[in-house]
Ligand binder design. Sequence first.
Ligand code: SAM
Ligand code: 2KA
Ligand code: SF4
Ligand code: MG
Length: 209
Amino acid sequence: MDDKTQQLLNKGEILPLMEEFYTIQGEGYHTGTAAYFIRVGGCDVGCHWCDVKESWNADLHPATMTNLIVQNAKKYSDTIVVTGGEPLMYNMDYLTEHLQSEGLKTHIETSGAYNLTGKWDWICLSPKKNKLPLQEVYDNANELKVIIYNKNDFQFAEEQAKQVGSDCVLFLQPEWSNQEKMTPMIVDYVMNNPKWKISLQTHKYLNIP
Ligand SMILES: C[S@@+](CC[C@H](N)C(=O)[O-])C[C@H]1O[C@@H](n2cnc3c(N)ncnc32)[C@H](O)[C@@H]1O
Ligand SMILES: Nc1nc2[nH]cc(C(=O)O)c2c(=O)[nH]1
Ligand code: SF4
Ligand SMILES: [Mg+2]
């Protein structure tokens, strides 16, 4: 990458764009709400069950002018979900300032493992054991969405819940490949521990992106 490109990337004026699509938010607090998704490439967190491993290598995704991403997004929806990959590997200030100045709501899906940049109307924090969130992301999370792959993850979820603010909405979401096994356990867990809610990947049941 040349110096000029690197500088634009550092300022968030370009971003490696994997895909963008208009769909229904399938997960968490805003489930059921129409939203435009911007998926940024690049992630080094390495979740073995990640459902978008194609996103991990940023070099495979074209550096795209952030202004163009914003001008396109505003044609589709008032609500923009920025996801990845791990969007906080990049400076999100430029993208979110321009989305908000167009009157759009900015939502993020993040592992919280990198500095919190950007101005967000909603932060969904999905913490990962192999690269824990930074304190500033815990402090600003609007929802905590812990993925349940096995029984040990309930303990991890409780530890993570201690780190977020008292208004943060708490979700347990079954890992997709293991959901037949874990969903009944999550149902029982939520009935016994009603501070938690269950989140399903409803877009996968609906066969939409
Ligand atoms: C693909 S990640 C991208 C954003 C960010 N890297 C993160 O992990 O939050 C988007 C959401 O999908 C969740 N997710 C990824 N793979 C999953 C799977 N196999 N089953 C359930 N949820 C999954 C993540 O935990 C996260 O909440
Ligand atoms: N419909 C839909 N909802 C989602 N919520 C979070 C997603 C993500 O991959 O970040 C996602 C996704 O990929 N599709
Ligand atoms: S942090 Fe997110 S994108 Fe990265 S590997 Fe884990 S689930 Fe996938
Ligand atoms: Mg997804």
